[in-house]
Write a new protein. Structure first.
Length: 557
């Protein structure tokens, strides 16, 4: 019986993080990619199990081999689940991580050797506990004493999500995307501000302005005075966090690695994705002609393997499994041997939204949850069914970045919007699952929930006000804004307000009406009426009136 436990335990222990990984990216384990990945893990697990069971009680040497094999199993589990080797490497370098891993394996091997008589039972119990915890329904979380805590706040930034009236239903997937978003938010009792817009076209300016409820922020350039000097993406002041703290709410932050909301004076529970700034990476590749400039499409199975590897863990073991599974599928291509970086922000979105949901359900009332997700931000890596497209093309500013004008501009815009709206449909599916889990929980019936974009799709000609058309204003500035709160009536509001003003109105109340304006980037003097910043250089700004709009029926001049 002990040998059977040793034979099967490594298999179960290594399969459980794979099951969790499939759940994270919503890939069917019964797909070709699923079979290939599971087969690789099964072969590895059974091989380790066979070595451990055959060598068990085969003298002192045999027990050392058994202990070492099980130590390797546990190390692989840690790497598959938490990216241990990668995290060590970030702190002490690759060689330091390798030395630490080796030392850890030696210590773990010696410990298991000393406990060898009890090891089979321990491994079996660990395997059963892991499997059980993986498949148990999270709905069993207790709601005891939930009524005693303050109502929760759930705040989600969906990066680059255009507003409802900004969606052109004449473009591919436009009508479908608009209908899907309307259905989701209406289904869960939200109030939609259809003509909401952001005053800023850049995330590092827009989001801190929104979190500081600052709807008159006209600071020049691409930085924010809410950031630490010299660190334009590390924010020192976020008034909403202060407000939540004053209301007795503990603040939890989910963020990507290139924007840091966790360095304010308010202590937060910080969760940072193992991510990177895909836009800057792709722009550098485009300029330098790097290997990801025109990545060819691969088979769906390979794309699924890539999503599984890249969208979940910074794991050395998972990367190795991905290579083995790709070779097993016979779809590994020379052009893709140098894969795009792990945990790509967009690919990781389903997984991290699930983790965000899990944290909310775990903590319950008395908490404020903030999540900034780069989705449906460029590139469009998912289709409307949340299946990976393996497409890595940056789509912003088609004239300024690609030199497209006239018919070529219109054709490229329609094509890019088709991919963007398909990814928006994926967003709608993910939000539906999220709201179904959270809003249906009695603890969150009186929660304040905000979902908004930080700017538009930016599938425009460019961002410079000298050349922006009314259509470009919608593409650049229109932004989703939806809120759910007991005191807020559900429905649709067609007034023209910025997300920064809407935040002030929602959280502070009595925000005075202001003219709808946006902060534009300028290259030089303009004949358009504008309030210029006191400096004249390529980074200075102009305050421009925001056009009233409905993208499917034209834009007011």
């Amino acid at each position: 019986m002990k040998r059977i436990a040793l034979l099967l335990s490594p298999l179960v222990i290594l399969v459980t993080p794979i099951i969790d990984a499939f759940q994270g990216v919503y890939i069917d384990p019964r797909s070709d990619a699923g079979y290939a990945v599971i087969a690789c893990i099964a072969i590895l697990g059974l091989t380790l199990g066979m070595i451990a069971s055959l060598c068990y009680k085969w003298g002192a040497v045999g027990n050392v081999i058994t202990a070492g094999t099980l130590a390797i199993t546990l190390f692989l589990f840690g790497d598959l689940s938490y990216g241990l080797f990668w995290k060590l490497g970030e702190h002490i370098g690759t060689w330091g991580a390798a030395a630490s891993a080796l030392a850890g394996l030696v210590v773990l091997t010696l410990t298991l050797f000393k406990l060898m008589a009890a090891v089979p039972r321990m491994m079996a119990a660990f395997a059963v506990a892991l499997l059980g915890s993986t498949i148990l329904d999270r709905g069993l979380i207790t709601e005891a004493s939930a009524e005693e805590s303050a109502p929760a706040v759930i705040y989600i930034v969906t990066d680059e999500m255009i507003g409802i009236s900004g969606i052109d239903t004449n473009l591919p997937h436009g009508a479908e995307a608009k209908a899907a978003l309307l259905q989701v938010f209406q289904k869960y009792g939200f109030r939609l501000h259809s003509k909401a817009f952001s005053r800023h076209v850049l995330t590092q300016v827009s989001v801190p302005a929104a979190l500081n409820m600052d709807y008159s922020y006209n600071f020049p350039g691409d930085g924010s005075h809410y950031a630490y000097p010299g660190k334009v993406t590390t924010f020192k002041e976020l008034s909403l966090f202060d407000l939540w703290h004053q209301q007795g709410l503990a603040v939890t932050v989910f963020q990507s690695a290139h924007l840091d909301y966790c360095q304010t004076e308010i202590k937060v529970d910080c969760h940072t994705f193992a991510s990177f700034d895909g836009t800057r990476f792709l722009e550098r590749q485009r300029i330098e002609g790097g290997p990801y400039r025109d990545v060819p499409p691969a088979t769906a199975a390979l794309a699924d393997v890539k999503a599984l590897v890249d969208g979940n863990r910074r794991s050395f073991a998972m990367a190795a499994v991905g290579v083995a599974a790709s070779n097993m599928l016979g779809t590994f291509e020379t052009e893709l041997q140098e894969w795009h970086p792990r945990s790509y922000d967009q690919l990781a979105f389903p997984y991290w939204l699930q983790q965000f949901q899990n944290t909310i359900l775990d903590k319950g009332r008395g908490n404020a949850f903030f999540g900034h997700f780069l989705f449906p931000h460029s590139p469009a890596v998912y289709d409307k069914d949340c299946k990976p497209t393996n497409r890595w093309v940056s789509r912003s500013y088609l004239t300024e970045a690609r030199g497209l004008v006239g018919q070529k501009l219109d054709e490229a815009r329609a094509e890019e919007y088709g991919f963007y709206f398909a990814q928006t449909l994926c967003l709608a599916k993910q939000l539906d699952k999220f709201f179904n889990a959270v809003v249906s929980d009695k603890r969150f019936q009186d929660a304040t929930i905000v979902v908004h974009g930080d700017h538009g799709s930016r599938i425009s000609a460019g961002r410079n006000v000298e050349t922006m058309s009314p259509r470009d204003y919608v593409d650049n500035y229109s932004a989703l804004y939806a809120t759910r709160k007991p005191s807020v009536e559900m429905g649709t509001d067609y007034s023209l307000h910025s997300v920064q003003w809407l935040n002030a109105s929602l959280f502070r109340g009595n925000a005075p009406e202001v003219a709808p304006t946006v902060v534009g980037s300028m290259r030089g003097e303009s004949d358009e009426p504008a309030v210029y910043a006191p400096i004249t250089n390529p980074d200075h700004v102009a305050i421009m009136p925001m056009h009233d709009f409905d993208a499917s029926h034209g834009v007011a001049p």
